[in-house]
Design a protein around this ligand. Structure first.
Ligand code: MG
Length: 158
């Protein structure tokens, strides 16, 4: 049995000193604004996994009206969501992710981000792919007002 899941997330950007992307802290002059640590990529992955398994979404599992989720580590949220999905017998076929950011250039950080995601999920790095697109300097992504991410995941079960 196979299932596919899609995750998408957007966060506003503001002045800052670092971005948290895929569980990796990247020095940068903008930061993502959000209730948790605003890791847009891990949020998209979390939603893709929950959606593929038909187990809800990140907002249901970690409501932003819950004070326990303020400033929360998104890696911990992803691990909790994946544990719930894995408990239903699902294994990860692969993930394919896209970051939408005018800056910074993601390529120098790609290996570290893939390694971190693979580590959180307990899968081989080869099953986690990542690419990035700029906003061509137009719209909220291109004007560096927002950052986005998408993820497609394939789940398998005997
Ligand atoms: Mg989010």
């Amino acid at each position: 049995m196979i299932r596919v899941g899609l995750g998408h997330d957007t966060h506003r950007l503001g002045p800052g000193t670092e971005l948290v992307l895929g569980g990796v802290r990247i020095p940068h002059d903008r930061r993502a604004i959000g209730h948790s640590d605003a890791d847009v990529l891990l949020h998209a992955i979390t939603d893709a996994l929950l959606g593929a398994a038909g187990l809800g979404d990140i907002g249901e599992m970690f409501p932003d009206r819950d004070e326990a989720n303020r400033g929360r580590d998104s890696a911990e949220m992803l691990a909790a969501a994946w544990a719930r999905v894995a408990a239903e017998g699902w294994r990860i076929g692969n993930l394919d992710c896209v970051i939408f950011a005018q800056r910074p250039t993601i390529l120098p950080h790609r290996a570290a981000i893939r390694r971190r995601i693979a580590g959180i999920l307990g899968v081989a790095e080869e099953r986690v792919w990542l690419k990035a697109k700029t906003g061509e300097r137009v719209g909220p992504i291109g004007e560096e007002l927002a950052i986005g991410a998408e993820c497609v995941v394939l789940l398998e079960k005997d």
